[in-house]
Design a protein around this ligand. Sequence first.
Ligand code: DAH
Length: 339
Amino acid sequence: MATDLDRLVDEAHTAFAAATQPAALEDAKARFLGKSGKITERLKALATLTPELKREMGASINIAKSAIEQLLVQRRESLAELHLNEQLAAESIDVTLPGRGRSIGAIHPVARTWMRIEEIFRSIGFDFAEGPEIETDWYNFTALNSPENHPARSMQDTFYVDCNDGAGRPLVLRTHTSPMQVRYARMHRPPIKVIAIGRTYRVDSDATHSPMFHQVEGLWLDDNISFADLKAVYTNFLRCFFETDALALRFRPSYFPFTEPSAEIDMMFTSGARKGRWLEISGAGQVHPDVIRNFGHDPQQTIGFAFGSGLERLTMLRYGVDDLRLFFEGDLRFLRQFA
Ligand code: DAH
């Protein structure tokens, strides 16, 4: 009987060794230890024996059973190890292969201009403000002295938003950064020295106009700020921005509803390849007394200037770009030149 059981253990050993996959091993296990497996059958057969034989045989069968169970555990482990080794071999990494290059991003030229302007104005004590691109009609026009039905509103082709601000007032995509003058001045007391940079929108699209563009708004209010201060600040800004003193400025009378008097600022490079042509660079003026009132301040005590310039224009002049649309096409051949 003992030899029969020894043979059974040998048989299980061979069967387990023959199983090269976990599923096959579990099948083999069932043949010995399963419900009608060879060991189980023998245990069942004990029922017909006498108590002494039952004890003796039972002990031998249990020894064989645990030997087979041990063999099973060993085979399970060795199969798992085999599988792991196969996997490691199949998924090996060839560390000698050349690496895949990761391209490095760069800052968009208009964003560079944005950062430069912010830095220059901060260095002369200006605060920096940002505000909403969806603006109420009041901040964008009315507070800036363009009453409803005033022809000044048609100076700018406006995108209207298909809903109102909840109080029935129309909403627009801001057509300029000037509403930020109002927002900021209503929240601060003079002296006020601030610039606001951001996206602006108009129904306009050609080589020199884009429906979305960027502006920088400047505002300096105190009890005695004049056009002379505007000229000094703006000249200093352009010299820093273009990194040259070889440029001239000219104030040309103009009209904006929110300034009186109003001017266009023209600039000209006075040496180098770009020399010799006046270029319109900014609107500006002394803030209109009615606008100062809309700020919530007293025009008898508060006076100052404002200006608004286009970032794309400044960027085009700085880098010699001749088509505005290049900034918005996302063509890497163009953008890489600024990396
Ligand atoms: N908001 C004007 C525009 O978009 C530019 C401008 C002109 C801004 C004169 C000003 C200013 O602050 O004083 O055309």
